[in-house]
Design a protein around this ligand. Structure first.
Ligand SMILES: [Zn+2]
Length: 292
């Protein structure tokens, strides 16, 4: 099936560009036991997920695991859970209420992406209570012949977790290490917390994974330098934003400097809208901390 590629041991990555609101949605399947789905993606990805399950021979799922509840990762969780009634939806405890009652999540997303975001990214349906469960930090769940360990990984959002597949020492890191290939910080308005983000990078580094599976992007089989780069970039753009705010620059002006900087450093063309979201995410964090 187009967009579905094997990236590890019993591990497949599905990219669904047409379901994208902002950056391509990526989901992962682990085809051990009854199967796991990591990051169901937005509601618009559900038809592609069904086709992928068919082509992988998965008739049901044991578990559905959003790395966090932002709609590009978990907006489709309710719809997939309804299609797979025996599946458990395992999520960070702080994400449980958002998936059970998504009204607040929808409201925040409307403030960022517009009131009509569901017409593009698909409808956000609630996950039924009996299927939904919060997982503790360090908790291990069996899937067929392997163990999946959950690691609370706040920073991008307080409800973010990472999943370590111990059989291949593969880490599904969500957005905890930023956006590959350059590992620019994944700074979301409302939910970003810089101190937690940097602490999470260090706690994931200590797991010493052999491979990283990114929620936006692909797999990285040489992950060691990624931790240092991700932390460095987080600090660089944090300083840039804080300096700008203290000089009285507007978020749009700071965003423009960010766009110029990533062009110079990486040859990357970054959409001004995306840059402004990043600056706004930092700004909200600084104001909460009383730093700006
Ligand atoms: Zn996110």
């Amino acid at each position: 099936m187009e967009g579905l590629t094997q990236v590890g041991d019993c591990t497949y990555r599905l990219e669904v560009p047409e379901a994208s609101t902002f950056v391509p949605a990526v989901s992962y399947f682990i085809t051990d036991g009854d199967g796991a789905l990591i990051d169901p993606g937005p509601g618009a990805a559900v038809p592609a997920l069904r086709r992928a399950m068919e082509s992988l021979g998965l008739r049901r799922l044991d578990c559905i695991i959003p790395t966090h509840v932002h709609v590009d990762h978990a907006g489709g969780a309710g719809a997939v859970a309804a299609l797979c009634p025996s599946a458990r939806v395992l999520v960070h405890p702080r994400g449980v209420r958002h998936l059970a009652h998504p009204a607040h999540l929808i409201e925040i997303t409307q403030q960022i992406y517009g009131t009509d975001f569901e017409t593009r990214s698909g409808t956000v349906l609630p996950v039924s209570g009996p299927q939904l469960r919060g997982v503790e930090d360090g908790e291990v769940v069996r899937l067929g012949g392997r163990e999946l360990q959950f690691i609370h990984a706040p920073g991008h959002a307080s409800h973010h977790l990472a999943i370590l597949d111990r059989s291949q020492q593969g880490l599904f890191c969500g957005e905890a290490l930023g956006l590959p290939p350059h590992l620019l910080p994944s700074v979301a308005p409302y939910s970003f917390h810089e101190e937690d983000y940097l602490a999470t990078i260090e706690s994931l580094r200590r797991l010493d994974p052999r491979v990283l599976f990114f929620a936006h992007g692909g797999a990285d089989a040489h992950p060691r330098p990624a931790f240092t780069t991700a932390a460095e970039n987080t600090r660089i753009y944090s300083r840039m934003t804080l300096d700008g705010l203290r000089k009285g620059e507007s978020p749009a002006e700071i965003a423009l400097r960010f766009v110029v900087d990533v062009k110079r450093r990486f040859g990357l063309t970054y959409a001004p809208d995306g840059a402004q979201l990043l600056v706004t995410g930092y700004e909200m964090y600084f104001r909460k901390k009383g730093l700006a």
